[in-house]
Design a protein around this ligand. Sequence first.
Ligand code: GLP
Length: 266
Amino acid sequence: MRVVIQENYDKMCKWAANHIAARIHAHNDSGNTRPFVLGLPTGSSPIGVYRELVRMNQAGELSFANVVTFNMDEYLGLPREHDQSYWYFMHDNLFNHLVDMKPENINILNGMTDDPEKECRDYEEKIAAMGGIDLFMGGIGVDGHIAFNEPFTSLSSRTGVRNLTTDTRIVNSRFFGNDPEKVPSQALSVGVGTVFDSREVMILINGHNKARALAATVEGGVSQKWTCSALQQHNAAIIACDEAACGELTVDTYRYFLDIEKGERL
Ligand code: GLP
């Protein structure tokens, strides 16, 4: 596992956006006829990355014409038009601002589906039909959840319906008028196994409130209690983080990654 520590949130986002751009360019340059398949998260962590990707795209430095996206999750029961749906978030923060993103290349689970099981099965099949995900970017919950895979979700789980914990509904209530009851109690989410089948996984971890999750991801044992810890068994996993999130790492671990990744420091 790589852990790339940047000084602050802005630099973390810039590094992550540069990494995505480099992967898309390398894919296109390789003559691969398949589109580049990119997995994407919602939440506050990726907002700066999306801002930078939009800047590159509008400046003509990065094309999305050959990119297919799959989002991690969606609240069950929220229509697209709801300003807290993940469909709305993704269009508001990324897709609406890209000059050459093809709408038919955007995949987001439908939270209003009549048949959630089929919706999730179809999503897995579509990912497989696209040749799998090249790079899955993710965020992380304070309890270490990846997508909506709360603690004790199987580390081999696939896309499905998830019940949200009270903790997560409280944390996410900041977007719902600070009322946890207004946060949907269920979501559709890719599984831990879906994320870890990707050729590469990059997780963004920033801020003091994620320090325990970062330590559990990097230094703890692999455990379904911290679904993020499954990352240790992926052969191309990167954590992009800021200094603030490093507060619970041992000094040795912190120094090790600063040393080995010193060329990546922006
Ligand atoms: C939600 C999302 C996750 C995201 C997490 C953290 O629970 N389902 O995919 O990683 O929030 O969000 P934030 O980046 O706002 O801390």
